[in-house]
Design a protein around this ligand. Structure first.
Ligand code: NAD
Length: 488
């Protein structure tokens, strides 16, 4: 069976693949600007149909049989998607513009495989906990805790790592026993819709347990986020939109779980291998054209080594030119859209007006007549208060800043509204630990360490979010706790 839509992709509602009430909208290849095809448009103004379907399916009885069904369906989905991996890879690279090498990891096969982790959790989680006896108010009682599915989850996701983020929400939510309405970003509808097709045609998920609604209009996200029938809003996107989602959930007091933006620091200590560290920082910031919330976009180097670091980083970036994402050697593909490129370019212009120096890049690649490409760019000569050092750019743009020692590096790293991720390079373990402990952020990489994995909770401090995705902590975002007591 081919997944590529002949006419347009469908919505998945209540177990059925159906066209959108709002017609269709174009799916664009960001590397070529060509129209790849069409996606169903659920429309923005109409009342969102899926949450109505979802609670019905949520009425499935809780308990071991229910968890076993969820685990079986999640593994079925994993295996079916892996069988389609090559076709999905081609479509994902075309729709997202992500370098094909990433589809062997977090852009496709990693998150599909991770569905198995959540299936295991459904089976092995300690759903009930015996707290034993106690004598509140002098009376003997036996107490237990039960974990239950939180209910209907409204999952709203961005375009940069669509499979990773979609599966990091639907995997644990379904394993927890919830029903889900997934609304992907308008830029990457197919990554979600084609998974919906596989769910409908190749798995035994009961109708309505998982619904997928694509839309050209952000209003559908706002509607889902404020729908009183939704019990948990699980949102990944920009901090600005996250604030709106939180405000929208106030009236119904819906639980919100937010994965938001970042402006993470890459700290190089004075005992580090400077060339290796700068080369890694350059590689990180161009990966998928810098469109990763956890990418380190501020490079903090010892002041005495600033010139040497600028030269090393510039040389590394020069070897990482933006290229065709279908080429296995490409690390930096295009950004997602003309709008996003314009945003990145406006920040580069801002750096110039703030007195910064563009050490390399700063424009569009001369060899690319089409596609939303931006040259890997290094900015120096600004301090950490500059807007380009404070605001998320979401492009292949690195700001290099000098620091005056370990504590100063910690101070600069923390001088940010965000706290999503970070990195430190050095030799002395004690000093490295001091930096790791000092930076208020959800993940830290030491000397190139990779924390990304299904069992590692991911999320942010401060304006980078509320809650954790992945791992047991991410699974528990989709659970409620019920305490039960009876006379002993
Ligand atoms: P965005 O905030 O513009 O959109 C994200 C999603 O929210 C989309 O599906 C969009 O349609 C929807 N949306 C827009 N307005 C809405 C509203 N008022 N109410 C509800 N939903 C609404 O983000 P984007 O441009 O798609 O993605 C880039 C951003 O996502 C960056 O800021 C990046 O840092 C962030 N991000 C964060 C993480 C993380 O885990 N922390 C991961 C990836 C991306």
């Amino acid at each position: 069976m081919s997944l590529r839509p002949a006419a347009a992709s469908d919505l998945l509602i209540d177990g059925k693949l159906i066209p959108g009430g709002g017609g269709t909208f174009d799916v664009i290849n960001p590397a070529t600007e060509e129209v790849l095809g069409k996606a169903a448009d659920a429309g923005g103004g109409a009342p969102a149909p899926p949450p109505r379907a979802a609670p019905r399916a949520g009425a499935a009885p809780a308990g071991p049989r229910h968890h076993a069904l969820r685990a079986r369906c999640l593994r079925q989905l994993r295996d079916a998607l892996l069988a389609h991996a090559d076709e999905l890879r081609e479509i994902t690279v075309a729709e997202v513009g992500c370098p094909v090498f990433l589809t062997h990891g977090p852009q496709l096969e990693g998150p599909i495989t991770d569905l198995g982790y959540f299936a295991d959790l459904a089976e092995n989680y300690e759903w009930t906990q015996d707290l034993g006896e106690a004598k509140p108010m002098g009376l003997r009682n036996h107490r237990e805790l039960r974990s239950e599915a939180a209910g209907v989850v409204g999952a709203i996701t961005p375009w940069n790592f669509p499979h990773q983020i979609n599966f990091a929400k639907i995997g644990p939510a379904l394993a927890a026993g919830c029903t889900v309405v997934l609304k992907p970003a308008p830029d990457t509808p197919w990554c979600a819709a084609l998974v919906g097709k596989v769910i409908a045609e190749e798995t035994d998920f009961p109708p309505g347990v998982i619904n997928i609604v694509t839309s050209s209009d952000h209003a559908l996200g706002a509607q889902l986020g404020s729908d009183p029938r939704v019990d948990v809003v699980s949102f990944t996107g920009s901090t600005a939109t996250g604030k709106k989602v939180m405000a929208g959930a106030v009236e119904s007091l819906t639980k919100v779980f937010l994965e938001l933006g970042g402006k993470s620091a890459f700290v190089v200590l004075d005992d580090a291998d400077l060339a290796a560290a700068c080369s890694m920082a350059a590689f990180a910031v161009v990966t998928h054209a810098g469109q990763g919330c956890a990418i380190t976009t501020r490079l903090l180097v010892p002041r005495a080594k600033l010139d040497e670091a600028i030269a090393a980083t510039r040389d590394s970036l020069a070897g990482l030119a933006a290229g065709d994402p279908t080429d296995p050697g490409t690390v930096c593909g295009p950004v997602i859209s003309a709008r996003q490129r314009q945003r990145v370019e406006s920040y580069i212009e801002l750096a110039r007006s703030e007195g910064g120096t563009i050490e390399t890049g700063g424009g569009r690649p001369a060899d690319k007549a089409k596609g939303f490409f931006v040259e890997p760019t290094l900015i120096s000569g600004v301090d950490n208060s500059a807007r380009v050092a404070q605001e998320e750019i979401f492009g292949p743009v690195l700001v290099i800043l000098p620091h005056d020692g370990d504590d100063d590096a910690i101070r600069i790293a923390n001088d940010s509204p965000y706290g999503l991720s970070g990195a430190v390079w050095g030799t002395d373990e004690g000093r490295i630990d001091h930096v790791v402990n000092g930076i208020r952020t959800g993940t830290m990489s030491v000397n190139g360490g990779i924390w990304y994995s299904a069992d590692v909770p991911f999320g942010g401090y401060k304006a980078s979010g509320i809650g954790r995705e992945m791992g047991v902590a991410g699974f528990e975002e989709y659970l409620e706790t019920k305490a039960v007591a009876r006379p002993a």
